[in-house]
Design a protein around this ligand. Structure first.
Ligand code: ATP
Ligand code: MG
Length: 427
């Protein structure tokens, strides 16, 4: 039977079978962020459209083509957030976080929305986990942010990743970089796509991020951006690279890496995977020294990254040695309708004591119960029929070693606790 209603194009349901991977990614991320002393921040899912137009830049793909923008009933122009950095910079200014501590280290986790062509690893609603370190211009912060990303993905067990890094300069040297680029590209402009042509004058660096293969072909032999960096940007880049070397983090300098958002200054980086196919970027980030000022805040040099949870989960699902660990399951098997209520009470007691319990009210025969308990991979089945009711006891069947024992109802909890301790953990 085909469903009458399906999730909108580009969105997906995350079903329980996939959820352990999500929890694993989220829990591990939180634990690693905590070790680097980051704290969580949650901002609204929608913001004033202008925030993104100003923050991300109005000639970027995101702002030009990908935003979910609407007018609410009060005629406000609102947009479902396409990314997390501009909202966090907005919250940082709004709540005066700069006045509270010299460096704010924040992380976030949640859905983002972009009207893109859906394909493997690309959705219209997707999830990002990211960090922002606001308040320091020092290259050691860039290196710490990158190393945190590498550490996190190591901890998650994601292999086949590589770090690409570049510098896109600052307001001092950006015009020089852009001028050189225009000189190089200018003669081939007619061969480039409409977007690249439109952006040639105002934002030529955007051309480096064009996904069009024809446009990409005209970039071979492009002069290295780093040759046009100002002295400060060059020093900054060299420090970042040295810190990464010090930590033994392998990386590749990719002179064409500019990223698709206007706010980046100096360091940009990407962590790509050889297991993701065409959508190979797992994580993107960089320094954004001007964003907070642009949103009306004080000068706040900052650096951060975001990674796509769907893409992390895709890689994990490919790895066969990932297993979820859940608490052992207690399956309660009332035999006959009359025994349900007592079992219901026992389940309540055990759940409050910390056990994971299942009670299927649709079954009342032992055979059906045992079959289902097997399917659920239950550790124990508690059989409670008329005989047990009269004796105020329950038969505890250990499903793993197939032994069973009759235990008084008021001792069941203690019995399971003991059995649990002696349970070999590798089962
Ligand atoms: P891409 O080059 O894949 O379009 P991007 O440069 O637009 O990525 P960022 O805006 O830097 O990506 O977002 C960081 C990460 O978020 C990406 O590396 C990716 O893992 C994830 N991501 C971005 N857009 C999508 C999407 N539409 N669907 C799923 N994940 C996404
Ligand atoms: Mg994109």
């Amino acid at each position: 039977m085909s469903a009458k209603y399906t999730a909108p194009r580009g969105t997906k349901d995350i079903l329980p079978s996939e959820m352990p991977f999500w929890h694993y990614v989220e829990t591990t991320s939180r634990a690693i962020f905590d070790r680097y002393n980051y704290q969580e921040i949650r901002t609204p899912v929608f913001e004033h459209t202008e925030l993104f137009e100003r923050g991300i830049g109005d000639t970027t793909d995101i702002v030009e083509k990908e935003m979910y923008t609407f007018h609410d009933k009060g005629d406000r122009r609102l947009t479902l957030r396409p990314e997390g950095t501009a909202p966090i910079a907005r919250a940082y200014v709004q709540h005066n976080l700069h006045g509270k501590q010299p460096i704010s280290k924040l992380y976030y986790c949640g859905p983002m929305f972009r009207y893109e062509r859906p394909q493997a690893g690309r959705y219209r609603q997707f999830h990002q986990i990211g960090i922002e370190s606001l308040g320091s211009p020092l290259p050691i912060c860039d290196a710490e942010v990158i190393s945190l990303g590498v550490h996190l993905f190591d901890e998650l067990g994601l292999s086949g990743l590589s770090v690409n890094i570049n510098s896109v300069g600052c307001p001092v040297c950006r015009p020089v970089i852009e001028e050189r680029l225009k000189q190089f590209i200018g003669m081939n402009l007619e061969h480039l796509c409409g977007d690249c042509n439109r952006r040639f004058d105002s934002r030529p660096l955007r051309i480096l991020d064009c996904k069009n293969t024809t446009c990409k072909a005209y970039l071979t032999g492009l002069p290295d951006i780093r040759d046009s960096l100002c002295h400060e940007c060059n020093d900054h880049f060299n420090y970042v690279v040295t810190y990464l070397d010090n930590l033994g983090i392998p990386f590749k300098i990719n002179p064409q890496l500019v990223r698709g958002l206007d706010y980046y200054t100096r360091t940009t980086f990407e962590i790509v995977s050889d297991q993701l196919g065409a959508q190979n970027a797992l994580c993107g980030g960089g320094r954004y020294d001007g964003l907070v000022t642009q949103l009306g805040g004080p000068a706040t040099p900052s650096v951060g990254f975001a990674f796509g949870v769907e893409r992390a989960v895709m890689i994990l699902q490919e790895l066969s040695d990932y297993h979820q660990s859940r608490l052992p399951l207690v399956y309660l098997a009332p035999i006959g309708f009359d025994q349900q209520s007592r079992c219901f009470r026992l389940a309540d007691q055990l759940r409050r004591a910390g056990f994971r319990c299942e009670l299927d009210p649709n079954k009342s025969e032992l055979k059906g119960h045992l079959k289902f308990a097997d399917r659920l991979d239950a550790e124990w089945v508690l059989i409670y029929g008329e005989t047990e009711a009269l004796a105020k006891s329950v038969v505890v069947k250990n499903m793993k070693n197939r032994t069973q024992e009759t235990v008084k109802l008021d001792r069941v909890q203690g019995y399971l606790e003991n059995d649990n301790i002696s349970r070999p953990s590798h089962r």
